[in-house]
Design a protein around this ligand. Structure first.
Ligand code: 5GP
Ligand code: ZN
Length: 115
């Protein structure tokens, strides 16, 4: 828990969000500025600033974030069509919130390479 972190505030319900999944280790909610018809953020309840701060003890937690994202993709009927899972690390990748989050993007064709 980091008192200045907006995603920790969403976790503690001090900031509103459309939360679509919640368990003992993670939550998922709609991105406030969606870049695709489906744009969900899956975050751990543990405050971790960037992927560079992951330790070996977080390995199962990271796998869990992917399991949650897959489940949501199936529920939203984008699994077969395809979707993208992204974690941005540090400024040049466009990280703006320093609490790791897995972007689940889908519902439209994605471009490659990304911008
Ligand atoms: P990043 O740029 O760090 O990879 O992704 C941060 C994401 O969080 C952005 O897509 C941004 O739209 C989203 N975001 C930032 N603040 C809020 C907020 O208060 N609520 C929600 N639901 N999403 C947010
Ligand atoms: Zn946080």
């Amino acid at each position: 828990m980091s008192s200045e972190c907006i995603f920790c505030k969403i976790l503690s319900r001090k900031l509103p969000a459309r939360i679509i999944f919640d368990d003992d280790r993670a939550i998922a909610f709609d991105d406030i500025n969606p870049q695709a018809p489906v744009h969900v953020l899956v975050i751990p309840k543990k405050h971790i600033s960037t992927t560079l701060d992951l330790s070996q003890e977080d390995n199962v937690l990271i796998g869990h974030l992917f399991q949650v994202a897959n489940r949501i993709a199936v529920e939203k009927n984008i699994a077969e069509r395809g979707f993208r899972l992204i974690m941005n690390t540090n400024p040049e990748a466009g990280q703006s919130v320093y609490h790791i989050h897995l972007h689940l993007l889908g519902g439209r064709a994605m471009l490659w390479p990304p911008g």
